[in-house]
Design a protein around this ligand. Structure first.
Ligand code: IMP
Length: 502
């Protein structure tokens, strides 16, 4: 006979946190959101922590190298999408690892025999007024000079004038060697009252530009997540098909952590993938697995050797798995059960396996609830897709800016490996949709706001760390009627009243 769960499965919006005692120490500025990403033994440290509990989803519409840099700068981790060729995924990882905060590869470059008209056109295209003059017009050519808006006066010069006649030539420039640190570069900029400092190699080839205006923004990121060589931490998605090619390429490119990206993780395919990684790399390559939604699924992946386990089937905003296949589980119930299984496993073995709640975060407080229910970190797709840094188009629909966002199981992404149960070579039916989400601005502004709310709620619960929140949280189910009470009610919102009157 089939097994029946005794309780309905529930989602985050059906719960609320009940405040606990907060001491005067319990203020948002004292809250730490540092959280383990990969498993560790009792009494030891995890080999990888994030400074904030947010990771971006393994999706084409979400996690490329630009997103990864922006999120690592705020303390989180992106998992670069795996539904692309091995080479292009590895190249994205390599770009994140090569990125040096504050060191810019010049995007405005010109040859000395080009003209003022070309400078003006370039300025219009890039929006930048500092142009590097190199022998071949590339960002890494031999540096011959620099042009800024102080070098020309449009009203007094012909637009046909050659760049070499009005640029500041190399001999008059202050430059620094390629291995200059950001701190040293900034000191040179301040000492000489410069706006920019070119870094050149021993052959006078341009390597980077450091700009004065970036100084403050690079001082601000107290939580940025760096490896021991001060490079940004980045994750990458893999599948259960081509791991023998993909994993070595990603490891070589410098990926700090991998994750098997699959809609359903309780499968032999996942244990085979993890076994292959352990056979070839031992414990040096860290790999998460999933997705599961119950104790059995967690135990299976824990015993298969997963470094973290990801939870969630059917709750993603673009997901139609439940409709198409009738499988899944309310995300809150899934997190609560898997967290209990994780704690039970820890008690038995002394090994703590972090768990990640993936998908279905609609309100910021859902993040706090997921953490309180036992998640160590949260994976979000829709949330990050709305930002400037996501790889998708920003479009104007009826006067409102939107970003595109599509599921990995949609025909657009064609990520058949994610849904593969062996044998398939293409998607036979879709499990995701192609959609728009309201454009929301920069990642930094949004993540700051979200985490301010999380920190503030943690203080209301008397918790200064995520593990303290998990111990102390008091969580209540809410009735359908009290959910209505949760929003503004029985008032006429001014915006609505004004627009109705127009
Ligand atoms: P969101 O944060 O609610 O948008 O959910 C993102 C999560 O949905 C991802 O991390 C995946 O686990 C899942 N997902 C991505 N694409 C699809 C799809 O096409 N169908 C079902 N689930 C998907």
């Amino acid at each position: 006979m089939a097994y029946y769960f005794s309780e309905p499965s529930r989602t985050f919006s059906e719960y609320l946190l009940v405040p606990g005692y907060s001491s005067s120490e319990c203020v948002p500025a004292n809250v730490s959101l540092r959280t383990p990403i990969v498993k560790f033994k009792k009494g030891e440290q995890s080999a990888l922590y994030a400074n904030i509990p947010l990771v971006s989803a393994i999706m084409q519409a979400v996690s490329d190298d630009k997103m990864a840099i922006a999120l690592a700068r705020e303390g989180g981790i992106s998992f670069i999408y795996g539904s692309q060729s091995v080479e292009s995924e590895a190249a994205m990882v390599a770009r994140v690892k090569a990125y040096k905060a504050g060191f810019i590869v010049s995007d405005s470059n010109i040859k000395p025999d080009q003209t003022l008209a070309d400078i003006l056109a370039l300025k219009k295209k890039t929006g930048h007024s500092t142009v590097a003059v190199t022998d071949d017009g590339t960002a890494t050519g031999k540096l011959l000079g620099i042009v800024t808006s102080r070098d020309y006066r449009i009203s007094r010069m012909s637009t046909e004038e050659k760049v070499e006649s009005f640029m500041t030539p190399f001999e008059k420039l202050i430059t620094a060697p390629a291995d200059t640190t950001l701190k040293e570069a900034n000191n040179i900029i301040w000492d000489h009252k410069l706006n920019s400092l070119p870094l050149v190699d021993e052959n006078q080839h341009l390597v980077y530009m450091v700009f004065r205006k970036d100084y403050d923004s690079h001082k601000e990121n107290a939580l940025e997540l760096l490896d021991k060589d001060k490079r940004y931490i980045v994750g990458a998605g893999i599948n259960t098909r081509d791991y023998a090619e993909r994993v070595p390429a990603l490891v070589e490119a410098g990926a700090d952590v991998l994750c098997i990206d699959s809609s359903e993780g309780f499968s032999e395919w996942q244990s085979r993938t993890i076994a292959w990684i352990r056979e070839h790399y031992g414990d040096t390559v860290k790999v998460g697995a999933g997705n599961v939604v119950d104790r059995e699924g967690f135990r299976f992946l824990a015993e298969a050797g997963a470094d973290f386990v990801k939870i969630g089937i059917g709750g993603g905003s673009i997901c139609i798995t439940r409709e198409q296949k009738g499988i899944g589980r309310g995300q809150a119930t899934a997190v609560i059960e898997v967290a209990a299984a994780r704690d039970e496993y820890y008690k038995e073995t002394g090994i703590y396996i972090p768990i990640c709640s993936d998908g279905g975060i609609v309100h910021d407080y859902h993040v706090t609830l997921a953490l309180a229910m036992g998640a160590d970190f949260i994976m979000l797709g829709r949330y990050f897709s709305r930002f400037d840094e996501s790889p998708t188009n920003k479009v104007n629909i009826g006067g409102t800016f939107m970003k595109e966002y599509w599921g990995e199981g949609s025909a657009r992404a064609r990520n058949w490996q994610r849904y593969d149960l062996g044998g398939a070579q293409k998607l036979s039916f879709e499990e995701g949709v192609d959609s728009y989400v309201p454009y929301a601005g920069s990642l930094k502004d949004n993540v700051t706001l979200t985490l301010n709310k999380v920190r503030s709620t943690m203080c209301n619960c008397g918790a200064l760390t995520i593990s303290e929140l998990q111990e102390k949280a008091k969580i209540t189910l809410v009735s359908a009627t009290s959910i209505v009470e949760g929003g503004a009610h029985d008032v006429v919102l001014k915006d609505t009243a004004v627009s109705a009157h127009k």
